[in-house]
Design a protein around this ligand. Structure first.
Ligand code: PGA
Length: 255
């Protein structure tokens, strides 16, 4: 059985002290544990160490994720962060291929694939994002488009433990817009992703890979997504910036 995952993507929000405060607040909200749900938070890079310390000091029931990584081990790559640097400060997860990085920073599927391989070589779990634009959805090509992204993003990956690779389906038109996909829209694509994973990795591995939904997921709509067979959790942006609303979403996933 796949464990549900609720991951908070803080994006470019929260200074160091604000990040520490949010992480401490979340540790208190989740002090009774998160049951069978894996909870992950992804602060900005400069806040990672501070949040790692909160997790350690408060024995917090959530794991630490970066929002991006570079695939080389070290060297002259100004502004970038290597996987071993993330590992050294206690990050266990890393978001890759977010649509904002694809759009604003021109990341390609080939690069996202390299990032996944580099992370996995260090035992860091990629949370690999995919999703279509409104234009593609309106043309009815969303399933085909996302399956093509999955094939490229997973090319040559060797997955032996499927709990260590996570996919987040985030339709771009639903991110930060308040427009959510319906639970049926999410299931349509998440189901197609699962079928593609069966083709790529075989049934057993595909059955163990978590597929999250993301895009204006909130406390009042998350339950509907989680009811769907191939939706194993959520990648949450805006609603992860307040400890109480994010903790509410975790509690919905525990129910
Ligand atoms: P949102 O962002 O929940 O604010 O729509 C989700 C994401 O981009 O990960």
């Amino acid at each position: 059985m796949r464990k549900r995952m609720i991951a908070g993507n803080w994006k470019m929000n929260k200074t160091f002290s604000e990040a520490v405060e949010l992480a401490s607040g979340l540790a208190k909200e989740l002090a009774d544990g998160t049951g069978d749900v894996d909870v992950v938070v992804a602060p900005p890079a400069v806040d990672l160490k501070g949040v790692a310390e909160v997790i350690e000091q408060e024995q917090a029931a959530f794991a630490l994720s970066a929002q991006n990584v570079y695939w080389e081990e070290s060297g002259a790559y100004t502004g970038e962060t290597a996987p071993n640097m993330l590992e050294a400060i206690g990050a266990t997860h890393c978001i890759i291929g977010h649509s904002e990085r694809r759009d604003y920073f021109h990341e390609t599927d080939e690069e996202i694939n390299k990032k996944a391989k580099a992370l996995m070589a260090h035992g860091i779990v990629p949370i690999s994002c995919c999703g279509e634009s409104l234009e593609i959805r309106e043309a009815g090509k969303h399933v085909e488009f996302v399956v093509d992204q999955i094939k490229k993003d997973t090319e040559g990956l060797e997955i032996t433990d499927p709990s260590k690779y996570v996919i987040a389906y985030e339709p771009i038109w639903a991110i930060g817009t308040g427009k959510t996909a319906t639970a049926d829209d999410a299931q349509e694509v998440c189901g197609a992703i699962r079928a593609a994973l069966v083709e790529i990795f075989g049934q057993e591995i595909a059955d163990g890979i978590r597929v999250l939904y993301g895009g204006s997921a909130k406390p009042d709509n998350i339950a509907g997504f989680l009811e769907k067979e191939d939706v194993d959790g959520a990648l949450v942006g805006g609603a992860s910036l307040k400890a109480d609303s994010f903790a509410d979403m975790v509690r919905s996933a525990m129910a």
